[in-house]
Design a protein around this ligand. Structure first.
Ligand code: HEM
Length: 519
């Protein structure tokens, strides 16, 4: 009797345990499903429904990488051959998906830039102004872009946010004060065909002192790294597979080897600077960019008024960002300028006459640079047609309204600068032509809405080096114009690609003729 009783009670107790265990397991599975489904399905679909309820169409959802793998395939196909004619209609080559998608979905639509990343295509200049300027606190750089940039240039000013960004930006800004640029960057440079090396040399001398030999090697490694990290397949894998960069693939191992070498060069430069300061050969750490960064680092003994000091690793990471942004962009500006002035010899001649008249055989200084009206217009027009940065991406970090559209938290926005700079609505029917004189009355007269011209972006995260870049381009161009006339070689093939920045895909062979006045 009692044993039966005990037995039944035991079974009942066991049954309760089974029920409890099953319930907990079901709850746990539901919880795991929620954790997985919320970011990859529910949240993105909520965002898309919100946009669809406002009349905006969306591309169909794709799980891994979203539309990105298809975009990359289209880009590869569009760039597989040189262009048959020299034309500035390069949107179908650089952003080949834009035309067909706009035709079927309208100019404002949602596509998938990365895994579960609904992204709004934005070309309206007023919306862009709000996103980048007036409502910039509601947006940050998108996660997929940060992933790729972190792989290439490490964690620095491009990828950090909030207080950390404000702190780093303030330090870096101080180096680009016009007073400092006037004093430090007006030295005579040899004109060379290799703008990449020239721009690296100028930037490294100005920002990193007397280390240009080491930084030349750094520059070579950066070119190699760029090819590996920013190759279409590596970008797709980095975005699609979380943690892809730590897998021991041959490419990743090669990338890590190059990064270690680059870090070693920067570390040697930093340690040498610290030693010079310690031995009293320098007051503080020097007043170039490296000096400013070290002054604010844990190596500096000054009071930071509660602000966190930069670590030496922060200084190394920022150096990767600045050494890349500081020369690749300007090198391409000069390259495209030489191409366009070769195609338009009358503008080459006008620019040369202006430079010869203003310089009159004397060295270039700040006052002369301010007198370069034609040269400035030419550079502005080059930056319109061939902006180094072809598009910008941000992600909304809180719900906001932009020009009447409700933008939910988590929605990415994508702003194709290249398209904006060629919009005939803004620039007129000659938008695809090289016409520097459209800038004769300044940007506000060149287009309907000045917000349609953003080669350096705008708002608080506008390019920190724009004054430096324009100054450097004017100095280099004026020196070339005074010494040489130039034309494209018959070997030149017209084609563009983006790997970090918009660059000539098949190189830019140019024939220079020494001017008789400089024989
Ligand atoms: C023709 C030359 C240049 C062009 C067209 C250009 C363009 C741009 C653009 C469009 C951005 C915004 C990127 C974004 O928000 O995603 C940017 C940011 C930046 N640029 Fe430049 N740039 C040029 C030269 C330079 C130079 C010489 C430096 C010197 C260090 C520099 C340093 C930076 C930095 C540090 C940022 C990030 C700013 C931040 O996030 O606070 N750039 N640039």
């Amino acid at each position: 009797m009692s044993s039966t009783h005990v037995g039944t009670g035991g079974w009942a107790g066991a049954a309760w345990w089974v029920i409890l265990f099953t319930a907990l397991t079901v709850l746990f599975i539901k919880y795991v499903i929620c954790i997985i489904l919320e970011p990859i399905w529910w949240k993105p679909m909520r965002i898309v429904r919100k946009m669809q309820s406002q009349g905006i169409k969306a591309r169909p959802y794709q799980l891994l990488g979203g539309d990105f793998p298809e975009m990359m395939k289209l880009v590869e196909a569009a760039q597989s051959e040189p262009m048959t004619v020299i034309s500035h209609d390069i949107v179908p080559r650089i952003l080949p998906f834009l035309g067909p998608w706009c035709a079927s979905l309208g100019t404002i639509y949602v596509f998938w830039l990365g895994t579960a990343s609904p992204t709004l295509n934005v070309v309206d200049p007023e919306m862009i102004k709000e996103i980048l300027s007036t409502k910039s606190s509601c947006f940050q750089r998108a996660a997929s872009e940060k992933k790729v940039l972190n792989e290439f240039i490490g964690k620095g000013i491009f990828t950090i946010e909030d207080d950390e960004w404000t702190h780093h930006r303030r330090i870096i800004n101080s180096m680009f004060h016009t007073e400092k640029l006037k004093k430090d960057s007006c030295y005579e440079v040899e004109v060379c065909e290799e703008f990449y090396k020239l721009a690296m040399d100028i930037f490294s001398r100005t920002a990193y002192g007397n280390n240009h030999k080491q930084l030349k090697k750094f520059g070579r490694l950066q070119v190699e790294l760029k090819k590996l990290v920013l190759s279409p397949s590596q970008i797709v894998w980095t975005i699609v597979i979380p943690g892809y960069s730590i897998l021991p693939t041959p490419n990743n191992r090669h990338i890590n080897r190059i990064k270690r070498n680059m870090n070693r060069i920067l570390d040697e430069i930093i340690q040498a600077r610290l030693q010079r300061a310690e031995s009293g050969k320098l007051r503080d750490y020097g007043n170039d960019l490296l000096g400013c960064l070290l002054y604010e680092s844990e190596a500096g003994d000054h009071e930071t008024k509660g602000r966190k000091k930069l670590s030496i690793n922060d200084v190394i990471d920022e150096s990767h960002s600045l050494l890349f942004a500081g020369h690749d962009t300007t090198a391409n500006l000069l390259t495209w300028t030489i191409m366009l002035l070769s195609l338009h010899p009358q503008w080459q001649e006008s620019a040369r006459n202006e430079v010869l008249e203003i310089c009159n055989g004397k060295p270039i200084d700040d006052e002369k640079l301010r007198g370069f009206k034609i040269v400035t217009m030419i550079l502005q027009e080059v930056l319109r047609l061939y902006p180094a940065v072809a598009d910008l991406t941000r992600v909304a970090v809180k719900n906001t309204t932009i020009q009447g559209w409700i933008i939910p938290e988590g929605l990415q926005v994508w702003m194709p600068i290249l398209q904006l700079h060629r919009d005939p609505e803004q620039w007129g029917d000659d938008a695809l032509e090289f016409r520097p004189d459209r800038f004769a009355g300044g940007v506000s007269k060149a287009c309907k809405n000045p917000q349609s011209y953003i080669p350096f972006s705008c708002g608080q995260r506008t390019c920190v080096g724009q004054t430096f870049a324009m100054m450097e381009a004017k100095v280099a161009l004026s020196m070339i114009l005074q010494r040489f006339s130039f034309q494209l070689s018959s070997k030149y093939k017209h084609g563009q690609a983006t790997r970090g920045v918009l660059h000539p895909q098949f190189g830019m062979p140019v024939i220079f003729h020494k001017l008789t006045s400089f024989e």
